[in-house]
Design a protein around this ligand. Structure first.
Ligand code: CP
Ligand code: NVA
Length: 313
């Protein structure tokens, strides 16, 4: 079928398993055994598995990491990525998604899309005859979580049993982290202000495993955590709420007080871009820069696994 797992980050618990499949594929293909970052870098230009293949990359929102890692990933694998800004595409002038999907399918071997409404990705996947990859919607950010899982495995040696704590807005990142973390055997605690908690259906699914909690207390979520993770208080598309959110999210920050209650060797992660002094202090970010920028680098390696899985023979 043309529907590819990453297009389908879960709206229903049944879809959750697709994330697990991709998670395992990624870890097996990209993070084989004790593969380190440098050996992954050495592999970069070896295999042109996607020689002659093309990926269209539709961006309705800004991007540094997702855009560059997909584009370089395609190049390294022998193919080509085309950056397609919705500002320039006819889709930005109202051409229907269903028509765009059918047209692009005649030219391309795959489509990656970063957009607002998750239903646009689903519609694109429904009408496209080629694989569709979710490069972030208002609801999910699955490809980031693949890189996050690789990074945790690299630094901690395993995923099963890891105590993972997320601090901040119950947003697209949180949803994909809950799904990915729970599916890979971690326990997940999230701390969000009241009214900004993750999607109720995803939390209900996660709670059934007995490995998920949601609280409004940052210290409670962070207690004994092996991994602390945060993301911006105002996501792309929420710019007009930024001022209001700055007040509501005061205290939902990874800082030295939070580090003090976490495990001694706790990792700190951030999908980036970061707002120093808001969701994370500059001090904590710099102290954990190695982990955070490994995480950013791993976007490239995990993207390649996704591309091989979706566009390979
Ligand atoms: N983390 C992430 O997706 O970064 P970009 O918005 O720069 O792609
Ligand atoms: N929650 C953020 C993630 C950016 C990678 C956003 O959607 O803007």
């Amino acid at each position: 079928s043309k529907l590819v797992p990453l297009a389908a980050c879960p709206h229903s618990p049944d879809n959750v398993k697709t994330v697990e499949e991709i998670g395992k594929i990624k870890i097996d293909q990209v993070c084989i055994g004790s593969c380190t970052n440098s050996s992954l870098q050495d592999m970069r230009k070896v295999a042109h598995i996607l020689k002659g293949k093309t990926l269209g990359m539709i961006f309705e929102k800004s991007s540094t990491r997702t855009r560059v890692s997909f584009e370089v990933g395609m190049y390294d694998l022998g193919g080509m990525g085309l950056f397609l800004s919705s500002r320039d595409l006819q889709i930005g002038r109202g051409e229907p998604v269903e028509d765009t999907a059918r047209v692009l399918s005649r030219y391309l071997d795959g489509i990656m899309i970063r957009t607002y409404k998750h239903s646009d990705v689903e519609e694109l996947a429904e009408y496209a005859q080629v694989p569709v990859i979710n490069g972030l919607t208002d609801d999910y950010h699955p490809t980031q979580v693949l890189a996050d899982l690789i990074t945790i495995k690299e630094h901690k040696g395993h995923l099963e049993g890891i105590k993972f704590a997320y601090v901040g807005d119950g947003n697209n990142m949180t949803h994909s982290l809950i799904v990915g973390g729970i599916k890979m055997g971690m326990s997940v605690s999230v701390a969000c202000p009241k009214g900004y908690t993750p999607d109720a259906e995803i939390m209900k699914w996660a709670e059934q495993t007995g490995r998920f909690t949601c609280t409004d207390s940052v210290l409670e979520a962070a207690e004994g955590a092996d991994v602390l993770y945060t993301d911006v208080w105002a996501s792309m598309g929420q710019e007009s709420e930024a001022e209001k959110r700055r007040k509501i999210f005061q205290g939902y920050q990874i800082n030295k007080d939070v580090m003090a209650v976490a495990a001694k060797d706790a990792m700190v992660m951030h999908c980036l871009p970061a707002h120093r002094g808001e969701e994370i202090t500059a001090e904590v970010l710099e102290a954990h820069a190695n982990e955070i920028f490994d995480e950013a680098e791993n976007r490239l390696h995990s993207q390649k696994a996704v591309l091989v899985k979706c566009l390979g023979q």
